[in-house]
Design a protein around this ligand. Structure first.
Ligand code: ZN
Length: 197
């Protein structure tokens, strides 16, 4: 998530890499202020995510839409914010048991909505539009398992598109046409945080 953050900050105009690193360090120091209490453990299910997304979407700077359903009928939501031209798409938890990125996304939402770093956030959101699809695999998350209900690894389903979750992800990506995409897995693994251009 650090890499994602530094990358987003770099997208602001007129900042150097060293300025971004300084800013990142400042933000990191204040992180406990922005970390939300709602996700205390790694295991949480879809209703919690849904409830928290609706909470975030009460802020008019955010828009929330249902973009699809899992096999078992759980809603997949897209949360968007920012007014810039550069579209960035971030999605988390294709693997149901890899929840830390979803937790981190909610901390980011809280950071964006809270006071502090106003200038930097305005600069960022003026330049980009951020789109988030947290918990792509809610059925897997329900059982805290990697695969979805069809026993498919969603991270290997990008071409065959056998699952409604993968189909939703592709449809959303095609409609957003993001310049950058972040496929967020558990923080320690990071084996597929690709900058797909
Ligand atoms: Zn994974």
């Amino acid at each position: 998530m650090k890499k994602v953050f530094i990358f987003l900050l770099l997208l602001c105009n007129d900042v150097s890499y060293s300025q971004v690193q300084d800013l990142y360090r400042e933000i990191y120091k204040t992180y406990p202020e922005y970390k939300i209490d709602e996700f205390k453990t790694r295991r949480f299910e879809h209703p919690k995510v849904k409830e928290q997304l609706k909470e975030v979407a009460k802020d008019p700077a955010f828009s929330l839409q249902e973009v699809g359903r899992s096999i078992e009928g759980r809603e997949l939501y897209l949360l968007s914010t920012g007014t810039g031209k550069t579209n960035i798409f971030l999605w988390s938890q294709m693997h149901g048991d890899e929840s830390t990125a979803t937790m981190a996304l909610f901390d980011i939402f809280n950071f964006l909505r809270s006071e502090g770093f106003e200038e930097e956030k305005q600069e960022l959101l003026k330049n980009v539009r951020l789109h988030f699809l947290p918990m792509v695999n809610p059925d897997g998350a329900e059982r805290f398992e990697r695969r979805n209900t069809l026993n498919i690894d969603l991270n290997r389903d990008a071409l065959r598109l056998q699952s409604p979750e993968s189909q939703t992800l592709k449809r959303v990506r095609d409609s957003i046409k993001p310049e950058f995409g972040f496929n967020l897995h558990d923080q320690s693994k990071y084996y597929n945080v690709g900058l797909t251009r």
